[in-house]
Design a protein around this ligand. Structure first.
Ligand SMILES: Cc1cc2nc3c(=O)[nH]c(=O)nc-3n(C[C@H](O)[C@H](O)[C@H](O)COP(=O)(O)OP(=O)(O)OC[C@H]3O[C@@H](n4cnc5c(N)ncnc54)[C@H](O)[C@@H]3O)c2cc1C
Ligand SMILES: Nc1c(O)cccc1C(=O)O
Length: 491
């Protein structure tokens, strides 16, 4: 089939009945559920872009294996141009959602592409596993599927390993093998957008110890597999708020969920590994599933930071405060942050690596630097927005107020901005800002930037340790050598 339309995505969603729990009840019809309606349409728009002549060649390509048109997320990069083709896809999808939706289909499709194209390392453990992941890649590529993932254990007692938790199956683990496959039980988090996806893939960050065998597993199943329960967090909005009042929260809410597996059967052909601590710990380093998706999240994070910066600038301009030195200093800092991320992305794309199998990967150090900087830069952009918008952020009337003819003259008089900025224009700008910096929706966006890639503190520590392993500290050694020379040799 190859690329599918938004309508095809929606139709397949409507044909499924995953077990989704929301606010204490089972959702009967996902598509009619207010909270999911708009996000479903935002994802559908991305699918439709694949058929739009303006975007088609930017975000899709002809698959060599099938001769069908497929999304660039499924492209195994074999040249610098391929890397840039992916970059164009990431930026096109990110711009379509202002970088506010982190887990658009491209993210996990890139993960699976990387796993499949580097699956050879699994052969030494079980050749079926690498065959399975490659077939799975073909399946999602040729059906243009949308995946969620859950790679973290629920936060129960982080001071203990999985096998030491109160119940052996608090964290997701293998219960038994059958002739048809594995039976798995327990929970995994934090599956963003799970209710409105086609499939879920389970794997884990490295860090397994002996004793963790039953938890060292990776597999993928349809999201409506019997026994899989999707427990949604409290929604950040009810899905009925007006686009005028909540221009972003009403459209880009990404639901997050815990996945509880109640003796779920995973067919053998969907098992990518199990019962193997060494294989599970090798998954990240051997497959590039840190590097390739970091390219997507770097581009998306760049667009999101640039968007937040533009909104902060519009807030300042609309009330005439951007002539003040302190405001210019803060806004200049945000623009420099955006430029820093843009530059890091370009460095990662131009100083690419080529694996021994000829796969092109963006350079890891600049991408890891983005991962280290964005969790500080994005919250700072939000803080600057709050500081510049000040009391006005809390003082926006509603769209309904603007429609009231008795009230309207007062609104036009008291809510107008600087010369040339009408009341409605100023209020609209402030509402954009409030969704980002005041609403629960905006707080989630901030938490996402802090944690989407794991704990930023431990990530930075790993980054430093890798630097230390590689670096010979040559300049420092040279300077030390110079100062140990006898004084007479120094000029
Ligand atoms: C909005 C959002 C969306 C997300 N979407 C997804 C998704 O789609 N799929 C997915 O799989 N994951 C997703 N994540 C989850 C993300 O991967 C985790 O939040 C992240 O890895 C951090 O893990 P944690 O939340 O369990 O925090 P913890 O690991 O529990 O950390 C809690 C605190 O304790 C400290 N801490 C914990 N353990 C240690 C230790 N051993 N040493 C030192 N300090 C420690 C941390 O520094 C931190 O301050 C998402 C997260 C967010 C916030
Ligand atoms: N955060 C990630 C994820 O959830 C899956 C795969 C990779 C990453 C990452 O940031 O490296």
């Amino acid at each position: 089939m190859g690329i599918r339309t938004g309508e095809q995505y929606i139709n397949s969603l409507r044909a499924r009945k995953p077990e989704v729990w929301l606010g204490g009840r089972k959702v009967e019809d996902l598509y009619s559920e207010d909270v999911f309606k708009q996000p479903i349409h935002e994802i559908a728009k991305l699918y439709d872009m694949q058929f739009d002549p303006e975007y088609q060649d930017k975000i899709t390509h002809m698959c060599e294996e099938t001769g069908e048109r497929v999304n660039n997320a499924f492209l195994v990069p074999r040249s610098h141009e391929d890397l840039m083709a992916r970059s164009r896809l990431f930026e096109t999808y990110a711009r379509a959602t202002f970088g506010l939706m982190g887990r658009t289909p491209d993210f996990l499709n890139v993960v699976v592409t990387s796993m499949a194209s580097n699956s050879w390392f699994l052969d030494k453990y079980n050749p079926d596993w690498s065959v399975n992941i490659r077939n799975y890649y073909r399946h999602i590529r040729d059906n243009d599927l949308f995946l969620t993932h859950a790679i973290i254990n629920p936060q129960n007692d982080r001071s203990k390993a999985s096998y030491e938790q109160k119940d052996l199956f608090t964290h997701l683990g293998t219960v038994k093998e059958t002739k048809d496959g594995l039976v798995v039980r327990g929970a995994k988090m934090l599956a963003t957008l799970a209710p409105i996806t086609d499939e879920v893939i389970i794997y884990s960050f490295p860090g397994f110890q002996p004793g963790d065998e039953r938890y060292a597993l990776a597999f993928a199943i349809p999201i409506d597999t019997p026994g899989l329960r999707i427990i949604c967090r409290e929604p950040m909005q009810d899905g009925k708020r007006s686009v005028f009042d909540h221009p972003l929260a009403s459209r880009y809410e990404e639901m997050d969920a815990i996945l509880a597996f109640d003796d779920v059967s995973v067919p053998w052909d969907r098992v990518f590994m199990y019962n193997n601590v060494e294989a599970a710990n090798s998954l990240y380093p051997m497959t590039g599933i840190a590097q390739q998706p970091a390219h997507q999240s770097g581009v998306r994070g760049y667009v999101k930071l640039a968007f937040a910066t533009e909104v902060a600038c519009k807030v300042a301009d609309s009330i005439g405060v951007d002539g003040f030195l302190n405001v210019q200093n803060d806004l200049g800092e945000l623009v420099q942050a955006v430029e820093t991320i843009r530059a890091l992305l370009r460095v990662s794309e131009y100083e690419y690596e080529v694996t021994k199998d000829g796969e092109y990967r963006p350079a890891p150090a600049p991408l890891e630097t983005i991962r280290g900087l964005l969790p500080k830069m994005y919250p700072r952009a939000i803080e600057v927005m709050q500081i510049i918008g000040a009391g006005g952020l809390l003082m926006s009337p509603t769209g309904a107020d603007f429609e009231n003819t008795e009230l309207r003259p007062d609104l036009d008089k008291y809510f107008g901005g600087r010369e040339g900025v009408s009341a409605e224009e100023r209020v609209r700008i402030f509402k954009l800002a409030w969704d980002l910096c005041g609403e629960a929706f905006g707080q989630r966006l901030l938490q996402y930037e802090r944690y989407y890639t794991g704990d930023p503190i431990r990530k930075r520590a790993i980054f430093y340790n890798q630097y230390k392993r590689k670096s010979k500290f040559e300049m420092a050694e040279q300077a030390l050598k110079d100062t140990t020379k006898p004084e007479k040799n120094l000029i």
